[in-house]
Design a protein around this ligand. Structure first.
Ligand code: DC
Length: 219
């Protein structure tokens, strides 16, 4: 069974998807981490999002793996652990740029479908319920005001990277990124017609988890 959770940057999708995947005993697909891993790999190979020919060549050598460890799930690109390196603001912006490339999306969509095949998954990202898993059993779209998303994201970055983060900068970064993710031609971010839309501005994590679980349990 596939359950999808989509929404803009900083809305808390990752945190919530992880909690729900644990409580249901499902696996968790962090599709954003795949776009981030690809962006880092391309950058290290000196390839930009505009260079489709070079991009096609390096994508053949890209192997992204999610590996469980004592410190939680680790993201590997080929054999390198990039878990922390893909969480910087620079990679966030770069991932969004590469994500607008149709060829990149086709390759990652295939990887995502292969990964979840015949398994129970919570798939989280921007296009999980709309384009990657249109037949998912339950679909959720989380949203929240920009100011609260910037605050949440700054807190999260501080925790992951251990440095103080300027909230205004984060706000600009996520609004620019949302803009790019919502207006690109290839699989833009929008709620699926059959998604349950939850505005989490005035909700805490437990409220959102309870709301999602109540939808699943009442079906
Ligand atoms: O969820 P995230 O912040 O880790 O995602 C980083 C970028 O990757 C996001 O700005 C757009 C892109 N992305 C996407 O286009 N489609 C997805 N399913 C997930 C992420």
């Amino acid at each position: 069974m596939i359950i999808t959770i989509d929404g803009p940057a900083g809305v808390g999708k990752g945190t919530i998807a992880k909690i729900i995947s644990k409580s249901l005993g499902f696996k968790y697909l962090d599709s954003g981490a795949m776009y981030r891993a690809l962006a880092l790999f391309a950058e290290l190979n000196g390839v930009t999002e505009k260079d489709s020919n070079k991009l096609k060549k390096i994508l053949i050598d890209l192997h992204i793996q999610f590996v469980d460890s004592q410190d939680g799930e680790r993201v590997l690109v080929n054999t390198d652990d990039v878990t922390e390196d893909i969480r910087t603001n620079e990679i966030s912006t770069l991932a969004s740029k590469f994500a607008a490339n149709n060829f990149v999306r086709t390759i990652l969509r295939e990887m995502q479908r292969r990964l979840v095949k015949n398994k129970d998954y919570i798939a989280e990202g921007r296009d999980m319920g709309t384009y990657v898993f249109p037949d998912a059993k339950y679909k959720f779209y989380l949203d929240a005001d920009l100011a609260i998303r910037a605050k949440r994201r700054a807190g999260q970055l501080k925790e992951i990277l251990g440095i103080a983060i300027n909230e205004d900068r984060v706000s600009k970064e996520i609004s620019d990124r949302d803009n790019l993710d919502m207006t690109r031609e290839s699989c833009p971010l929008h709620p699926a017609d059959d998604a349950v839309i939850i505005n989490t501005t005035d909700m805490n994590i437990d409220d959102v988890v309870r709301k999602i679980e109540s939808v699943i349990n009442s079906a």
